[in-house]
Design a protein around this ligand. Structure first.
Ligand code: CTP
Ligand code: MG
Length: 228
């Protein structure tokens, strides 16, 4: 079985003017999280969807289940203080079997494509883990204090991570438990935990449109794309 975990339990502190967590911001009459849910719903290979939300939004999310009518959207999990905690809570409550594939996706990336989802599943099945990434078009500059330049690495070696990141359930669950045992509870990235655990990761080509809505500018850009 292939299970999508859609994370929307963050506060959206970089978009506070909306007075609502990012995933719940109204985008052309639907909450932002709707768009990613829809694409996972429409992907034949995805069997079920777990939506992870802040505690106060449980009633709202329950209404969405009826409103959207997405047959695979059967479960809502209350997330934690950090993204890492939210993922672990979803894994713990997922009722997944050891060999299931779990796709972990940010609700804040509304324009994920069918291709990315499908390649995540096939890569996770083949390799154990899958990373969605794109090459950087800008050069990366390392500056520890933000005032002077320490180092300019070779651009060709640098990529940007997107989501989903996908894994064989048994392995990503063990990776999260191991991190917790080590006292790590605020890693924003599942791939790092999985690598520290010793998991193998294959690469899926990301897409520019699969950007994360982080700021007001991103939201304006999103509206421009989907209002076409
Ligand atoms: N997320 C989550 N649980 C948390 C923190 C983040 O489920 N405790 C989710 C967010 O809802 C988002 C994704 O992880 O879909 C990526 O995180 P980010 O873009 O940082 O979102 P927020 O944490 O909501 O935003 P900010 O960092 O600006 O507060
Ligand atoms: Mg955050």
């Amino acid at each position: 079985m292939n299970i999508a975990v859609i994370l929307a339990a963050g506060k959206g502190e970089r978009m506070l003017e909306h007075n609502i967590p990012k995933g719940f911001i109204n985008v052309l009459g639907k909450p932002l999280l709707y768009y990613a849910l829809k694409t996972f719903q429409e992907c034949e290979e995805v069997d079920r969807i777990i939506l992870v939300i802040p505690e106060d939004f449980f009633a709202v999310a329950t209404c969405y289940q009826k409103e959207f009518g997405f047959s695979k959207f059967k479960q809502i999990v209350v997330g934690g203080k950090t993204r890492q905690e939210s993922v672990l809570l979803a894994l713990q409550n997922s009722n997944a079997s050891e060999e299931d594939v779990v796709l972990i996706h940010d609700a804040a990336r509304p324009l994920v494509s069918q291709r990315i989802i499908k390649e995540n599943i096939s890569t996770a099945l083949k390799v154990g883990g899958a990373a969605t990434m794109i090459p950087t078009s800008d050069t990366i500059i390392i500056s520890k204090d933000g005032k002077s330049i320490d180092f300019i690495p070779d651009r060709n070696e640098y990529y940007l991570e997107q989501t989903p990141a996908s894994f064989c359930f048994a392995q990503i669950y063990q990776a999260h438990l191991l991190a917790l045992k080590k006292g790590i509870n605020d890693v924003s990235d599942d791939l790092k935990l999985y690598r520290d655990y010793g998991g193998k990761i294959g690469i899926v080509k990301g897409e520019k449109d699969n950007f994360k809505v982080t700021s007001e500018e991103d939201l304006a850009y999103l509206l421009m794309i989907i209002d076409k």
